[in-house]
Design a protein around this ligand. Structure first.
Ligand code: SAM
Length: 257
């Protein structure tokens, strides 16, 4: 916790591209202005947030499976809704990215209760959104939320991502938007990243969550930034945005979000 706070202070002190400052690439400047810092609210936001509220106030308990140990323990749905899922601000940023990228193929690793999934899938109802979740009871709640929101363009793949990712990727020709937010360990993230590379196109945008959460995650982020397929990145501290477009000049931006 102390380490993360120190890292955040360092980020605040070294972020030089906030509001697009110092960004010379027209594409990245527009991205900062119209995606990262845009403030418009879309009508669907309120609807999705209504479902978040229901989860936050839920008195239901479910059996949650830990992927490290395979052990199941009882957990309050409200606790998961408060701690595990992306806050509205970040989920809405992902909505804007999917919208800006005109993504029609979307992959989320780590569904949790499906709130962020709902944002990703509601940009375009004709898009195909696949989300992967290992805990069956969590996935069931996500499925119910998405059903009630009428988002029939989402497929939830239940089971261990480490075992299922290859087969899921095979069902895509290419993927326009990828959100990596499951197992937050170095090995897992690098494995997900490397596998997903087989399905990127020039306009693919990938978001990796919690890039400064641990030493391992920071190492993974550093290696992703240095990967030959990556042409630009934006570090927002809580997450990193990765671009693969060969027309972009290789540059890494740090923004306060
Ligand atoms: C941080 S939460 C995802 C939050 C979600 N993307 C959101 O923004 O609301 C991570 C989820 O990934 C799932 N998970 C972690 N490791 C996994 C694995 N190896 N296979 C499948 N699911 C996994 C956990 O059960 C958990 O629900």
């Amino acid at each position: 916790m102390f380490k993360t706070a120190t890292r955040y202070i360092k980020h605040l002190l070294t972020a030089r591209h906030t509001w697009g400052f110092g960004i010379h690439s027209p594409y990245m400047y527009k991205f900062a202005q119209y995606v990262v810092y845009e403030k418009n609210s879309y009508y669907i936001f309120e609807r999705i947030e209504h479902f978040r509220k229901l989860l936050v106030h839920s008195d239901k308990k479910i059996a949650v499976t830990d992927f490290g140990t395979g052990v199941s323990s009882a957990r309050n749905v409200s606790d998961i809704a408060i701690r595990a899922i992306k806050p509205a601000r970040y989920a809405q940023l992902l909505y804007r990215i999917v919208n800006y990228a005109k993504a029609t193929t979307i992959l989320e690793l780590g569904t949790s209760l499906g709130i962020t999934t709902a944002y990703l899938a509601s940009v375009a109802r004709q898009s195909r959104c696949v989300t992967m979740e290992g805990c069956p009871e969590i996935a069931n709640i996500a499925g119910e939320n998405l059903r009630q929101l009428g988002l029939d363009n989402v497929t939830i793949v239940k089971g261990n991502i480490d075992e299922n990712l290859h087969a899921v990727l095979e069902t895509f020709e290419s993927i326009d938007f990828i959100f990596i937010d499951a197992n937050h360990r170095y090995d897992a993230v690098m494995n997900y990243f490397n596998q997903c590379l087989n399905k990127i196109n020039a306009n693919t945008i990938m978001v990796v969550d919690d890039i400064h959460w641990s030493d391992g995650m920071q190492q993974a982020w550093k290696e992703i930034q240095q990967h030959a397929a990556v042409t630009s990145t934006m570090d927002l501290f809580h997450s990193g945005i990765v671009f693969f477009n060969p027309d972009l000049n290789l540059k890494h931006y740090k923004l306060i979000f």
